[in-house]
Design a protein around this ligand. Structure first.
Ligand code: SF4
Ligand code: SF4
Length: 436
């Protein structure tokens, strides 16, 4: 694609990067067929190619964002399915991230939208506030029908709909500390505690830590670590996202310098995609660039790391049929497709692929709240495809997908590491207690 940025515009490293990405696009349109919003809405402007044109126009003309472009960029899930399909290697993720920042800086959203976004950015990344909000949502949930009828309040109704029945308190698997194996230490890793996940399902990191201790890997939950920044990053709040990234880099580098780390392990693939991108996000920061690249290189999804360990034969026999839902951030963002399924098979499960597995379930960070209608359409399509497999249970490696899909099916959905931990000596996951 030809571009026409001026020399002065190209002096901005973010515009220079956008220019490079745009020039790779040959407008072939292969990406449209695998884009969930194009498949759902059938509008070229809701396809990757359409959005690329809109972003090009906006940036080349150095124009503030308008309501038209905001509508189509907001509808993008950042699922990155288009990046898996694109034959020209167009880095859509970095382009749309830049567009979202430009929108945040130049567009004045309607007051209700602005307030809801500000509220999400103030609550979701902070575990204490998030727990309080979930508890409050439990009481407000019966009124979600009324809330939905108010102008601009559909996102609020969707938040109430998604609020879980149980909110988990902090425990030793979600507070800073160390876990030392009983025997010789075979390695040392940090595990990301995360912000939303411990309140929704603390059993995920517990299962991972138990698995690692069984292989004599020492685990640290570092002091000072916080939200990875993905939620605000996808809202275009770049300064907030970079502040979160720097905070985590400082926390993890203290551990690297103190006792060394073999890896930083993440059980939420959405966070993993962002942490692996810290090197890019801070590439122009003289103080952080080198350390950010080091942290990104250490970041591993749990299944990526577990696949390097030999667990031997499973100790709990289960021939259950598992539909493996590959989160977009796992398959498109991190290109991890093989390890989760191979681990589940080694653990004794019968693994089924989900038809149309490349399409997003509609979760996508705050998308299922801010774009609830498209998100529900995508969820229903995903559930229909999962149910076609005839599986007993669903496995996934991202808490957002787990919450989203659970809202549409009676088939239990469990994080992959909880199934692995069960197979290799851990407790049967809570979600399966009623399944024989
Ligand atoms: S597939 Fe790649 S090159 Fe083709 S239109 Fe989409 S982004 Fe551009
Ligand atoms: S990230 Fe997903 S929703 Fe956005 S343009 Fe690409 S395929 Fe479509």
């Amino acid at each position: 694609m030809q571009t026409s940025f001026s020399i002065a515009q190209l002096a901005d490293p973010n515009i220079a990067e956008a220019d490079k990405i745009l020039r790779n696009c040959v407008h072939c349109g292969f990406c449209t067929a695998t884009c969930p919003t194009y498949v759902t809405l059938g509008n070229e402007l809701d396809s990757p190619r359409g959005r690329i044109y809109l972003i090009k126009e906006m940036l080349e003309n150095d124009r503030p964002a308008d309501a038209g472009i905001v509508k189509h960029i907001d509808r993008c899930l950042s699922c990155l399915s288009c990046m898996s399909t694109c034959p020209s290697g167009v880095h859509y993720m970095h382009l749309v991230d830049h567009a979202r920042t430009h929108i945040e800086e130049t567009y004045n959203r309607p007051i209700v939208d602005r307030s809801l976004r500000a509220m999400l950015a103030m609550i979701l990344p902070y575990p204490g506030r998030f727990r309080l909000a979930l508890k409050a949502a439990k009481f407000a949930r019966p009124f979600r029908g009324l809330v939905k009828a108010l102008p601009g309040m559909k996102p609020m109704a969707a938040m109430l709909e998604l609020a879980p029945a149980i909110v988990h308190a902090r425990n030793k698997f979600s507070t800073p500390g160390e876990f030392k194996p009983a025997n010789t230490i075979n390695g040392r890793v940090a595990v990301l505690t995360g912000c939303a996940q411990p309140a929704l399902d603390p059993g995920i990191n517990r299962a991972l830590i138990e698995l690692l201790l069984r292989k004599n890997i020492e685990v640290v939950l570092p002091e000072g670590e916080g939200c990875c920044g993905a939620l605000v990053h996808h809202m275009g709040r770049e300064n907030d996202a970079l502040a979160s990234a720097k905070n985590n880099i400082d926390a993890w580098m203290r551990e690297v310098e103190k006792s060394g780390l073999d890896a930083i392990i993440i059980t939420t693939s959405g966070c993993g995609t962002t942490i692996k991108d810290y090197g890019y996000m801070l590439r122009n920061d003289a103080e952080y660039a080198e350390r950010a690249a080091k942290i990104s290189a250490l970041a591993k999804d749990a299944t990526e790391y577990l696949a390097t360990l030999d667990f031997g034969e499973p100790t709990t026999a289960s021939n259950m049929v598992v539909a493996y839902h590959s989160a977009c951030s796992m398959q498109h963002g991190q290109k991890i497709t093989r390890q989760p399924k191979e681990l589940l098979i080694k653990a004794g499960f019968v693994v089924k692929d989900v038809p149309e597995g490349h399409l997003c379930c509609g979760s996508a960070g705050t998308y299922n709240m801010m774009q609830s209608e498209i998100a529900t359409t995508l969820r229903n399509r995903k559930v229909k495809n999962i149910e076609k497999t005839g599986a007993d249970i669903i496995a996934a490696g991202n808490i957002g997908c787990i919450t989203q899909i659970a809202g549409g099916t009676k088939i239990p959905i469990v994080h992959t590491v909880k199934l692995l931990n069960w197979a290799w000596g851990g407790e049967k996951p809570e979600e399966l207690k009623l399944v024989s």
